[in-house]
Design a protein around this ligand. Structure first.
Ligand code: ADP
Length: 199
């Protein structure tokens, strides 16, 4: 099973991706986590990405596209994967389509977690407080505000993009974590039966 989780920073993509990973034995591919690891290890990509990420801007498309393409070919992705934080621009979505096609793969669903933006700043502030300080260098209210603007301008257009391809499914991300997970599960079951009917 291969799916994309779409939604603004703080929508709960990572939390839901982890649940899906356990339930379906598929990999969570978080470009944010992969980039943070590159920054930590001071790899060439990490050195390039570090300041961009602290500001809350997007790392260049070609960098993240290459990371994803390398990752989806690894053996542990044989059962499928959840893309969390990728694609984030229309150009990334187009590059993803091309690469999936090249590897003979297809997406099962694109799940949008819809949340009220007013709660997002609260969620991040809570996350910072719980960790006793910012766990991530971009977990500050200012950086989050900037990431939200970047999301609105560059990533939100993907919602229409995937609506047009007929793959988009929207879930109310304001519910409790388990209710969101149940809604996602229902969507995946539907996507599966649609695929069986189509075959
Ligand atoms: P969040 O969803 O909380 O904003 P992520 O962990 O997904 O955070 O991403 C953190 C940062 O990593 C982003 O602000 C951006 O700088 C970089 N990044 C992650 N994924 C991508 C991507 N697909 N394209 C460009 N930059 C990315």
């Amino acid at each position: 099973m291969r799916l994309i989780l779409l939604g603004p920073p703080g929508a709960g993509k990572g939390t839901q991706a982890k649940k899906l990973m356990e339930r379906h034995e598929i990999q969570q591919l978080s470009t944010g986590d992969m980039l943070r690891a590159a920054v930590r290890d001071e790899t060439p990509i990490g050195l390039k990405a570090k300041d961009i990420m602290i500001r809350g801007d997007l790392v260049p498309d070609d960098v993240v596209v290459q990371i994803v393409e390398d990752r989806i070919q690894m053996d542990d992705c044989g059962n499928g994967f959840i893309l969390d934080g990728f694609p984030r621009t229309v150009a990334q979505a187009e590059a993803l389509e091309t690469m999936l096609h090249r590897h003979g793969l297809d997406l099962d669903a694109v799940v949008e977690l819809r949340v009220d933006e007013a709660v997002l700043a609260d969620r991040v502030e809570k996350r910072v407080a719980e960790m006793g300080g910012a766990a991530r260098e971009d977990d500050t209210v200012e950086a989050l505000r900037h990431r939200l603007n970047v999301y609105r301008q560059q990533t939100a257009p993907l919602i229409d993009h995937y609506r047009t391809t007929g793959k988009l499914r929207t879930v109310d991300g304001m519910q409790e974590i388990d209710e969101v997970a149940n809604d996602i599960q229902r969507i995946l079951d539907e996507a599966r039966s649609e695929r069986v009917r189509a075959d």
